[in-house]
Design a protein around this ligand. Structure first.
Ligand SMILES: C[S@@+](CC[C@H](N)C(=O)[O-])C[C@H]1O[C@@H](n2cnc3c(N)ncnc32)[C@H](O)[C@@H]1O
Length: 299
């Protein structure tokens, strides 16, 4: 998934408001379900990170949301302490509950506050800082990356998950409506994403050349790799639910941006009583790619 647009539901940022706990807290169940579905891709990514950072003592998940991935870190690095950091307190409570349920509570803590400044509350330098789809919610991404880098231990690693490919879950032609629906939705998402960024407090337009930004942050880029989530048809109920949630969000985010024909098609795709809906159709799949860039703080 190249981007996420959860916040567009309420158009908060588009109207110039800052991020609030409530907005993100509402996204908790969706973020949690998505991260659970994407766990096979995260597990591959974490194994790849472990090649570069075999024994981190302190791992920070900057913008962890409800903590599914932070808990995967705690499992993959059994000697590490993991701190889940987020602006949304209710999501961090979910993270803490999850860690406790998984028996990870003694190696897991939470830190609530605005990134990147809240990292100043850490009492130790960080060996592995993971920032997944959170940097693009900060107005000045270069300044935030520089601040992230300053909290790394010498030789510590920053792992940034940004970009990749837009998720696909329907064939080009689905037998109803105008062919190419999902590509048109992806184009609209790019527009919405640009509006979201422009509306962030202190927004700075920035070329999304992540290794270059990491270099400008005083770090040494080490590796870039993309991880595939490949759940072929027929989709599981969990994957269908994710597809339905995503399409609902896209349909409702900016209804006027869609043609009447595409809106009708989306209504059919989302109607559980319609055999052509994503709840029943046999051709639903989930194919997605996440890109991770790593960089090291010089010793
Ligand atoms: C799209 S979610 C990503 C969650 C998770 N890392 C993932 O990849 O699924 C973005 C997260 O960043 C957090 N966030 C956004 N802006 C923030 C800010 N200014 N300070 C702290 N957290 C923020 C949100 O609360 C949310 O949990």
């Amino acid at each position: 998934m190249a981007h996420d647009h959860h916040q567009h539901h309420g158009h908060h940022e588009a109207h110039g408001h800052t991020h609030t706990d409530l907005d993100w807290a509402e996204q908790g169940p969706m973020l949690e379900a998505q991260a659970e579905l994407y766990t096979p891709a995260y597990e591959q990514a974490l194994a790849w990170l472990a090649e570069e950072v075999p024994a981190p003592k302190l791992i920070v998940d900057a913008g962890s949301g409800p903590g599914v991935v932070a808990c995967l870190f705690a499992q993959a690095f059994p000697q590490a302490h993991v701190v889940a950091v987020d602006g949304a307190g209710p999501l961090l409570e979910r993270a803490r509950e999850r860690a406790e349920q998984q028996g990870l509570g003694d190696r897991f803590s939470i830190l609530t506050g605005e990134l990147p400044d809240v990292l100043g509350k850490l009492d130790r330098p960080v060996d592995l800082l993971w920032a997944s789809r959170s940097l693009h919610h900060l107005g000045d991404q270069q300044a935030a990356l520089t601040a992230f880098g300053e909290h790394l231990a010498p030789g510590g690693t920053l792992a940034l998950l940004e970009g990749g490919l837009p998720a696909r879950f329907l064939p080009r032609y689905i037998g109803i409506g105008r062919p190419g629906l999902q590509s048109r939705l992806t184009a609209l998402e790019e527009e919405w994403f640009a509006r979201m960024r422009a509306g962030l407090p202190g927004a700075v337009p920035e070329t999304e050349d992540w290794p270059a930004l990491l270099t400008a942050a005083g770090l040494r880029p080490t590796r870039t790799r993309s991880f595939l989530l490949d759940l072929p048809a027929p989709a599981t109920d969990q994957a269908r639910a994710h597809v339905a949630t995503t399409l609902t969000r896209l349909r409702d985010a900016a209804p006027d941006d869609l043609t009447p024909e595409d809106r009708t098609t989306l209504d059919r795709l989302l109607d559980p009583t319609d055999p052509a809906s994503v709840h029943h159709r046999p051709d639903v799949f989930l194919l997605d790619a996440y890109t991770i860039h790593t960089a090291v703080r010089p010793a």
